[in-house]
Design a protein around this ligand. Structure first.
Ligand code: ATP
Length: 317
């Protein structure tokens, strides 16, 4: 099916006969595959009598060779479809794959956010990226790591024509109040000894419609007005991540604390911190040297950290 898509991706008309010859199948088999492409991958294909078939818009698919050349020496796996790139990365760790290594996919059928929430992941539109790291330097190498990933994603987006991309504690990347990327770190092993961490990143790149996303969102294309080559963006993301991870490993999170705070969109804002059924109201003071949130609550500075916390702007802010 993807061989057919490769023939159609230029966005030009191709006759059923030419497609059949190129694929070594009958015209009716071509027709069936086209229907499958539409139903399975949600693609829109124009069918015009006498001219043939044309994708509604040209597609640039992920290019494993280009991505491997530009990744900083990491083995790269590119999948057409996967449950979730994080799940595949965790399976790779289980199989003893060497780290670092990178898993990418054209789409996720069970893309996930924090606490089992869904990450909407249509085919060939966005980036679904999971980098496996081996951690053998103890807890210090994990402190603030998801915030470090946020910085790398933010810089990548700014370089792609989204200058207003900013951070929301702990690991959201927003443009204004709209979500443009999601980050999910998953850990296996003993964090005090040797463990592996999967840095899962979803970036909305060329997506222009997604009814299933139940909060405000945006994409690189919606912000910059131009379609974006995901291969180039992936290369930039890998470079940014490699640079930030190196600085974090060498100096700990505290060397990035000021840079992170300078890019925190909710610095000084009244917020509610949600922890399960509990809610704490306060004003954002910033973060500490480990990446924990500093809130002023009833006139007193308090520190919060942990994976189950969510921030919301207060209605009166
Ligand atoms: P938190 O503030 O706790 O991080 P969150 O609602 O942003 O909360 P995440 O786990 O980061 O939670 O992301 C999952 C949520 O993101 C989903 O519940 C949905 O509202 C939203 N979402 C899902 N897919 C996308 C997407 N492609 N782009 C933007 N937002 C999405």
């Amino acid at each position: 099916m993807l061989t057919l898509l490769n023939l159609l991706k230029d966005g030009r008309f191709h006759s059923g006969q030419d497609l059949g010859i190129a694929l070594g199948i009958s015209r009716s088999a071509v027709w069936k595959q086209l229907q499958h492409l539409e139903a399975e991958l949600g693609l829109c294909i124009h069918k015009v009598r006498g001219r043939g078939y044309q994708l509604a818009a040209p597609l640039t698919l992920l290019d494993p060779l280009k991505i491997s050349e530009m990744a900083p020496g990491w083995p790269v796996t590119v999948l057409d479809s996967v449950d979730s790139t994080n799940a595949e990365a965790l399976r790779a760790i289980g199989r003893g794959a060497p780290a670092p290594c990178l898993v990418l996919a054209e789409r996720q059928v069970s893309g996930r956010g924090r606490r089992g929430r869904k990450w909407v992941s249509p085919f060939a539109e966005n980036i679904y990226y999971s980098l496996v790291l081996r951690i053998d330097g103890g807890m210090r190498q994990l402190e603030g790591l998801s915030l470090v990933v946020g910085l790398a994603v933010m810089r990548t987006l700014r370089s792609a024509g989204v200058p207003e991309a900013g951070l929301k504690w702990p690991n959201d990347v927003l443009v204004g109040n709209k979500k443009i990327a999601g980050i999910l770190l998953e850990l296996v092993g003993d964090p005090a000894d040797v463990c592996h961490v999967v840095l899962g990143i979803g970036i909305n790149v060329n997506m222009r419609a997604a009814d299933e996303v139940d909060q405000q969102w945006t994409s690189v294309r919606l912000e910059s007005g131009e379609s974006c080559d995901r291969n180039i963006l992936i290369a930039e993301l890998s470079q940014q991540l490699a640079g930030y991870i190196k600085r974090h490993q060498a100096g700990g999170f505290s060397v990035l604390q000021t840079e992170w705070e300078q890019n925190h969109l909710w610095q000084g804002r009244p917020v509610s911190l949600i922890a399960g059924v509990n809610q704490i109201d306060g004003v954002v003071l910033g973060i500490d040297g480990q990446g924990a949130l500093r809130l002023r609550v009833d006139g007193v500075e308090k520190i919060f950290s942990g994976g189950e916390l969510s921030l919301r702007l207060r209605d009166d802010s």
